[in-house]
Design a protein around this ligand. Structure first.
Ligand code: GLN
Length: 284
């Protein structure tokens, strides 16, 4: 007979032994997910016996095995939260990060002071669709286009729009501005792949073994997509339009330079939760 608290302790130790940092919190989350209970129940019902529930026990075992193999928790759960939206994620789509929530909040603040009724928004390298969805929901009268080279990502993003009842986004599979050549935009936003090719091998196993490399790899210098997006914006950005980017670690100065070389002078850097220069806003 196994009690939940014992099981919790056992899973915590196993996760810790493979190098998972926040092992106790993760063990709690896995137990809650597999047994479909909330965190309070985990501690209040410490006399619940789980061994009789064969399906829950095998579900739990398989989830633990996946996590021990360093699969990201969000892939095991099949979903994650982004600014209050529940988004499906899985193999082939980048898991949204908290920094990207901050990017959306920054862009939201800028759009609010613009007071333009029908705003045309472009999200390049949309992945799970997180940025496009959060902006489209926040600004229901806006017209949002979201592009990704990955068909899998676009399938996730479109499904995420549907499950969140968001209808003002058009999704395109293609390369950057390719599918939206005839449009102009008031806002071009992107969290492009920005890890230097060489640095990918140094990332946490959850990222380097499981997340799609094409969503991470920003080329030798990490700048590949910034160059293409910023230089390609001529003709795509409307009068008074803004661009907003999430930046890779240590890339701020180089991306600023790309922007000034492309003729943009109104450049604003903003920092993330750990005071790293993480966002560049052009024409704020
Ligand atoms: N933020 C992701 C990471 O730290 C990278 C995502 C990206 O390249 N845009 O792994």
């Amino acid at each position: 007979m196994r009690y939940l608290v014992d099981k919790l302790r056992e899973i915590t130790t196993r996760l810790r032994n493979v190098g998972i940092r926040d092992a106790e919190r993760e063990a709690e989350a896995l137990l809650c997910l597999a047994l479909n209970i909330n965190k309070a129940a985990l501690y209040c019902h410490d006399l619940i016996e789980i061994s009789n529930e064969a399906s829950s026990a095998s579900k739990l075992d398989s989830m633990i095995a996946r996590r021990l193999a360093r699969q990201p928790f969000q892939y095991i759960a099949g979903e994650t939260e982004f600014l209050g939206l529940s988004l499906a994620v899985g193999t082939g789509v980048l898991i949204p990060r908290p920094e990207t929530e901050l990017l959306v909040e920054i862009v939201t603040g800028i759009i609010k002071v613009k007071h333009k009724p029908t705003l045309n928004v472009l999200d390049l390298c949309t992945g799970s669709g997180c940025i496009a969805l959060a902006l489209a929901k926040q600004f229901p009268t806006s017209v949002v286009h979201a592009v990704d080279i990955s068909e899998i990502a676009i399938r996730y993003a479109a499904a995420n729009a549907a499950t969140n009842n968001i209808n003002n986004i058009t999704f395109h599979t293609g390369s950057l501005y390719g599918p939206v050549q005839t449009h102009t935009f008031d806002v071009i936003v992107s969290n492009p792949p920005y890890i230097k090719t060489f640095d990918i091998a140094l990332l946490e196993p959850e990222i380097r073994l499981y997340e799609p490399v094409e969503a991470l790899d920003g080329g030798q210098d990490g700048l590949h997509f910034y160059k293409k997006i910023i230089t390609g914006a001529a003709g795509r950005l409307s009068e008074g339009g803004i661009m907003a980017f999430e930046l890779g670690d240590t890339l701020a100065a180089a991306v600023m330079e790309i922007a000034s070389e492309a003729g943009y002078s109104k450049l604003t850097l903003k920092s993330d939760y750990s005071s790293t220069e993480r966002f560049l806003i052009i024409n704020e």
